[in-house]
Ligand binder design. Structure first.
Ligand SMILES: C[S@@+](CC[C@H](N)C(=O)[O-])C[C@H]1O[C@@H](n2cnc3c(N)ncnc32)[C@H](O)[C@@H]1O
Length: 223
């Protein structure tokens, strides 16, 4: 069950309810047939434009900026923590952005919320590295999540990852290869040759200001 929200958080969610959808991640206690709430993306965005996903979007700087720059692409930000995602929802709302929505839930249930082969690209920005081996299954590049991404991605769809954590980057690189992805390109020092269209996330700005190297890769499903 979702924990009861503090009153002012409930009011904030109420104001943003057209933009932030809340789902309990704890649906695994339900029988499989009752877990589905597959969203009609054409209805959700009132158009048939491509849809991209950011998983673990935090306070939403990246996805809101993406949505501002690309009005012909729809974006969904997924974030587990309600008092974080509400800030993202409020940012998008204050900019009156029609092409962004947020799902307040864990990535582990996305296959019950989104149609198969409906997503053009997935962004994993500074995902929690969960360095302890016993929490490996929480890492957003663990094989379980990669299977979900395969289900969601359209043919030719790509996953874009950025992280400050070198060990997590190496783990992710290997996990992509072991689970049927091709690494199209990667760098362990994104800022040595920064693409002009790079959008820095909240965490990215923090780590860059500390002089930390930023790792980045693009992975694509094997044909
Ligand atoms: C380190 S923060 C990075 C936030 C943002 N992407 C950035 O770069 O500034 C990672 C975020 O991922 C979220 N997160 C962790 N596991 C998740 C999951 N399974 N599903 C959705 N969000 C998750 C956390 O709540 C946290 O807000």
């Amino acid at each position: 069950m979702r924990m009861r929200r503090k009153k002012n958080l409930e009011t904030r969610f109420e104001k943003c309810k057209w933009i932030v959808l809340s789902k309990s991640t704890n649906i695994y206690r339900l029988p499989e047939s009752e877990r589905y709430d597959v969203q009609d993306l054409v209805k959700l965005f009132s158009n048939n434009n491509p849809v991209e996903l950011e998983i673990g979007c935090g306070c939403g700087n990246f996805i809101v900026e993406k949505a501002k720059r690309n009005s012909n692409i729809n974006y969904i930000g997924v974030e587990l923590i309600d008092n974080v995602i509400i800030t993202a929802g409020e940012k998008a709302e204050s900019e009156s952005l029609e092409n962004v929505r947020f799902f307040n839930c864990g990535a582990e249930i996305l296959q019950y919320l989104l149609p198969k082969n409906s997503i053009s690209n997935i962004y994993l920005n500074f995902s929690c590295p969960y360095p302890k081996k016993q929490y490996e299954n929480h890492r957003l590049t663990y094989k379980y999540f990669l299977e979900i991404y395969k289900f969601l991605l359209k043919k030719g769809g790509k996953i874009y990852q950025k992280t400050d954590n070198d060990a997590f980057f190496e783990y992710s690189y290997n996990s992509f290869i072991e689970n049927g992805f091709i690494i199209e390109n990667y760098t362990t020092d994104l800022y040595s040759n920064l693409p002009s269209d790079n959008i820095a996330t909240e965490y990215e700005e923090k780590f860059v200001s500390l002089g930390k190297n930023i790792n980045s890769l693009v992975a694509k499903q094997e044909e």
